[in-house]
Every structure is written in structure tokens, then in C-alpha cells.
Design a protein around this ligand. Structure first.
Ligand code: CA
Length: 222
């Protein structure tokens, strides 16, 4: 829980950050190009990314967008000389967790890094972010479903419905309850949308996953 990736092209800033962060017990890796940072962040297990916006090959905001687009959820602190408010808004809307403007004091960066690590530690441990039932797994952070380890596309509502079943193995849910939870109270209670979506889940995640309980509703097969 202390691996930091630094994406920054100014060598003096990199060496300053690496030295200071290591002194405080963090492990650091650095990348001077956006593409390298992107690949490292996607392929390795880092706990935090410090991301400069002005990188030579690929803009930091693009790196950010690609990471979030691919479901990478690691905390990202943007570090940049640009103090333009538009960049801040873009960065935060693009999924950055925090923002720090150069020149900065190391103590300020350290404080912000620690806030991110505190959030990580307070959130549910990694393994509990994955729900499993037979050969199906749901990654709640990346919002990804897998069957036998293979990714399966689910819509947001399908995922939410599957999540409800996997969170409560064996519990019987009535159609009304599922309708309320997934589609909201103002949905027409005579709608067959729940049955249609259970059908989708059976097709995508396996026929036996969700059992029909006659006259009552549905439950996860245990
Ligand atoms: Ca730069």
C-alpha cells in the first residue's frame, strides 16, 4: 500500500520527488512519457499516480482519460505548472482525485498523498470489492463482470441487478423489490422489465445463476 508512480518529464522534479517520497517510506517508479506512464499504470499494481499534465508525447489529461476509460481506479493526483482553472476542472471531471500546482512545497504534496492513502485504507479491502457466485465474479470498483475469468459486457442496470443477487446469496427478491431497487419507485409495477433483465443475466452469466421462486420472485442459486 505504498507504491507510487510518478509521471513527470522534468528530471529535477522527478529526483526531488523520488528522494523525498522514499524518505517517507514510499516505493517510487517514474516515467517521463505519457505512453509509458499509461502502460505502467495499467499493467502494474500501483497505489497512486502523480501525473504531470505537460508530458512530451501524450498530454496528462489524455493519460487520465484513457486510464479511467479502461476502468483503472487508482487514485491520481495531478501535478502541473498550469494554473489555468479549465485544466483543474477538466482534471477533476476526468476522474483525478486531487490537484496540485507547481511550484509546490513537498509538505503539501505529502499531505495530499497521505489523504489518498488514508482513503484507500478506509475503503473496503480489495478482495471484498469482488463478489463471486459459482463461476461468476463482479468487480465492484471496475464495474466489470466475468464468467470463468472472461469479461462479459453488462449494462449498468444489468450489473446493478447482478450485484443485488450476489450480495445476498439465497435471499428471495420479489419483482417489486427489484424494480424499486434498480429502476426506482416510479416505474410501472406491472412492467415485466425485471423478468426481461433476469433473462439477460441468465443469457450472459449462465442459466443456473438466478433461480425463479414460483409465486415469489428470484434468488441467487446457492
Ligand atoms: Ca512537464
Amino acid at each position: 500500500m505504498n507504491r507510487i508512480l510518478i509521471a513527470e518529464d522534468e528530471a529535477n522534479i522527478v529526483s526531488f520527488l523520488e528522494k523525498a517520497l522514499r524518505k517517507h517510506g514510499f516505493t517510487t517508479t517514474s516515467a517521463s512519457k505519457g505512453q509509458d506512464a499509461l502502460e505502467l499504470a495499467l499493467s502494474s499494481n500501483f497505489d497512486l499516480l502523480i501525473l504531470d499534465l505537460g508530458l512530451p508525447d501524450k498530454d496528462g489529461l489524455e493519460v487520465l482519460a484513457e486510464l479511467r476509460g479502461q476502468g483503472q481506479t487508482l487514485p491520481i493526483i495531478i501535478l502541473t505548472a498550469r494554473d489555468d482553472i479549465n485544466d483543474k476542472v477538466c482534471g477533476l471531471e476526468g476522474g483525478a482525485n486531487d490537484y496540485i500546482t507547481k511550484p509546490f512545497r513537498f509538505e503539501e504534496l505529502l499531505a495530499r498523498v497521505r489523504v489518498q492513502f488514508r482513503h484507500l485504507q478506509e475503503s473496503v479491502p480489495q478482495k471484498e470489492n469482488i463478489l463471486r457466485a459459482s463461476n461468476v465474479s463482479l468487480d465492484l470498483r471496475a464495474r466489470q463482470a466475468k464468467v470463468e475469468g472472461e469479461l462479459v459486457e453488462l449494462s449498468a442496470k444489468e450489473f446493478f441487478l447482478a450485484e443485488i443477487f450476489l450480495r445476498h446469496p439465497g435471499k428471495v427478491f420479489s419483482r417489486e423489490e427489484l424494480l424499486d431497487r434498480v429502476w426506482g419507485y416510479d416505474y410501472d409495477p406491472s412492467s415485466n422489465v425485471v423478468d426481461v433483465y433476469v433473462g439477460h443475466l441468465r443469457k450472459k452469466l449462465g442459466n443456473d445463476l438466478i433461480e425463479t421462486v414460483r409465486g415469489m420472485g428470484y434468488k441467487l442459486q446457492v
